[in-house]
Write a protein that binds this ligand. Sequence first.
Ligand code: GDP
Ligand code: MG
Length: 162
Amino acid sequence: HRNKSAAFPDERERTLIAIKPDGVQRRLVGQIMQRFEQRGFKLVGLKMLQVSEDLLSQHYCELRTKPFYPSLLDYMSSGPVVVMVWEGHKVVQTSRTMVGHTNPAEAQAGTVRGDFSFHVSRNVVHASDSPEGAQREIQLWFQSKELLKWECCDQTITCEDA
Ligand code: GDP
Ligand code: MG
């Protein structure tokens, strides 16, 4: 009898993905969410909100000395965002690959940024950059009761022993 959690220690890894105000305005919510669903990740949290300056300053605290920081906060508070938590094996790294380079001019075609944007000031989507960063961001954006534990009907098909 094998210990499943030892064999797949990160099967419950989570990441925070946010569709930024330009993505919502441009009606890209459905297409972006579809990519994460079809890749096989599990949606465990989802909401739409107008983000407060307080939350944004905590979310982007590492960037506060950057020259673009004030315009980044203006951009991110210019309209509603859709924020979600996705769960699955190596979801942080895989999501970064799916989202593409920070600067859309460098992002490969096939990535969200590479398909839907061309300038770093309006790059459509946020994705956590490490498992530790994801944990911090998820706690910042979501209450634990907003994250749902549920069984996905295909989980024994898409990953051995998941
Ligand atoms: P990310 O993790 O790929 O989103 O990139 P960073 O954490 O480095 O930066 C956070 C966000 O700040 C980016 O997604 C952009 O929206 C914005 N940003 C980063 N670099 C620049 C820049 O040079 N100019 C502007 N206007 N915005 C930037
Ligand atoms: Mg980042």
